[in-house]
Design a protein around this ligand. Structure first.
Ligand code: MSP
Length: 518
């Protein structure tokens, strides 16, 4: 048994999403984690950090083999087809993942075998017979006490009786090391209530679990017993490490990015990530992750969105109608990140019109139109440190960064939006259309127009992680460099002379078929 190692510092920022099961196509719940991860990674890049962003798919599940059989296909054949839809997901969401892992990649399979061998060499693997109830939805064994009316509460299906000789991982031996780890690192799991949930689960006693499956060929063969395959979770969790070993041919990214990894995941898979995974890493002689953040569910009509429950919302349909930025914006704003909350297509439409089109889009249209109309598209840089816009922007960069460091994506976006609303109030208060009538107030008009443009520029840089293409369009419309997203730009008075500013077309045009995705 190995002791939990001391946490390393000054590591680059490596962030992962769970790898998604390919037994069906993506729904908005999957898009949710990918969007959140992309926001965090883009933000770190703006701060000049070196980053690595991993997402991908989990293919060796029994439910994948079942769906394939239903379609008369071999599991791999089925997976090769459906994986294209899953690759589309990050692309269409405008997510900037550095690698897309498939658990059927040779590099991954080899790594899993080596990883399991290391656990075995450490004396933590033994053979035993397992008999119990298995929920194929969770891909996990269930105890009677976890069932409601004999069914899995998560999936609403009856688990199946399974009895087979398997290889077991001695999880029970890791209770003390895990408790030590949790005590030493109170921010190992966030939010705090999830940390408590994971810690109490560990404190309640840990049972060894089976890391292999007999009698099903779909999976990574157990190296010392090729009649069995790795249990899907013992295979899937390892992706976070395996990817680093082959994502860049000829390079071993583990040196740079492990253990500086942060895992984002939904609350449904807390135990696997917060208990099983660190124990497996310790057993295999690896350092445990830097941090895990567990978010809540996005609910539709107060029920979890899932294929099994039949209330799926196809994110690609929503993107077709509203665009990636609006879907990103809405999913972060609709529900406080970390909590459960309800979202709806009506909510998306409403935010699109009120917040994106009116509050942000009109602000840009008005600002650029006034600069074009009153100043022929040009205003000399004239920052005035005591101005209302200067105080609106004061503290913004620090506040947003602090919130994102705490995974408070919703709070960070709201903090930026306070400034958007403040800029709108500033337009009304200054009434540039009145100033323009009075030649004696020409300097005041210049300052007002410069401040509005500069405020919008700073907001666009702050928003870049959330709504990347909108941000780029705002910057371009203001004559700023859309590629310069350095976080220092989230400050007052950084705009140069404004030249060649023309009235910007609407950022968020009216959508005539607003219910198309409903
Ligand atoms: N394959 C496993 C994960 C293995 S990770 C080593 C799995 N896959 S899954 O396809 O079921 O996706 C689970 C993840 O998708 C959740 O943890 C969460 O990140 C996201 N979500 C799926 N439905 C969701 C909601 N309704 N709301 C928010 N996120 C949800 O479990």
């Amino acid at each position: 048994m190995r002791r939990p190692p001391v946490q390393s510092t000054a590591m680059p920022y490596y962030l992962t999403t769970p790898i998604y099961y390919v037994n069906s196509t993506p729904h908005i719940g999957h898009a949710y984690t990918t969007i959140a991860a992309d926001v965090l990674v883009r933000h770190q890049r703006q701060r000049g950090e070196e980053t690595f962003f991993l997402t991908g798919v989990d293919e060796h599940a029994s439910k994948v083999a079942r769906v394939a059989a239903e379609q008369g296909l071999q599991p791999k054949e089925y997976a090769d087809r459906i994986v294209e839809v899953w690759r589309e997901l990050p692309r269409r969401l405008d997510a900037t993942n550095d690698f897309f892992i498939r658990t059927t990649d040779d590099g991954h399979k080899r790594f899993v075998q080596e990883f399991l061998e290391r656990i075995r060499a450490n004396g933590d693997v033994y053979q035993d017979v397992y008999a119990g109830l298995y929920c194929v939805g969770c891909e996990a064994f269930k105890t009677e006490s976890e069932l409601v009316d004999g069914k899995c509460p998560e999936h609403g299906i009856e688990p199946e009786w399974i009895e087979e000789r398997n290889w077991f991982f001695r999880l029970s031996a890791y209770q003390e090391p895990l408790l030590g780890l949790y005590d030493a690192r109170p921010d190992f799991v966030l939010p705090a209530f999830r940390y408590n949930e994971a810690r109490s689960f560990i404190a309640g006693g840990l049972q060894d679990f089976s890391i292999s499956r007999a009698g099903q060929p779909w999976g990574v063969p157990i190296p010392w017993d090729p009649d069995q395959v790795a249990y899907v979770w013992a295979d899937a969790l390892v992706n976070y490490l395996s990817a680093l070993s082959y994502a860049r041919p000829g390079e071993d990214l583990r040196e740079r990015f492990w253990p500086g990894v942060r895992h984002l995941l939904g609350k449904d898979i807390l135990r696997f990530h917060c208990v099983y995974w660190p124990a497996m890493l310790l057993a295999a002689g690896y350092e445990v992750p830097r941090q895990l953040f567990v978010h809540g569910y996005l609910l539709l009509d107060d029920r979890k969105i899932s294929k099994t429950l039949g209330n799926v919302l196809d994110p690609l349909d929503l993107i077709d109608v509203y665009g990636a930025d609006a879907v990103r914006f809405w999913s972060i704003r609709a529900v406080s990140f970390g909590q459960d909350g309800s979202a709806s297509v009506e909510g998306l439409r409403e935010r699109y019109e009120r917040e994106l089109a009116n509050e942000l889009g009109n602000l840009l249209s008005r600002t650029t139109a006034m600069i074009a109309r009153y100043r022929g598209g040009a205003v000399t840089a004239c920052p005035s440190p005591g101005s209302a816009v200067a105080s609106l922007l004061a503290g913004l960069a620090g506040d947003v960064a602090d919130r994102l460091d705490r995974y408070d994506l919703t709070g960070a976006l709201e903090r930026i939006w306070e400034v958007v609303r403040g800029l709108n109030r500033h337009v009304e208060a200054q009434a540039p259309w009145q100033l323009a009538k009075d030649e004696a107030r020409a300097a005041e008009l210049d300052r007002t127009l410069y401040d509005l443009a500069d405020g919008l520029r700073a907001v666009a840089v702050a928003l870049a992680a959330f709504v990347p293409s909108t941000s780029a369009r705002i910057l371009a419309a203001l004559g700023a460099d859309p590629a310069d997203l350095r976080w220092e730009g989230v400050a007052y008075g950084r705009s140069d002379d404004l030249t060649g500013i023309a009235p910007a077309p609407p950022l968020f045009p009216r959508i005539d078929a607003p219910t198309a995705a409903a």
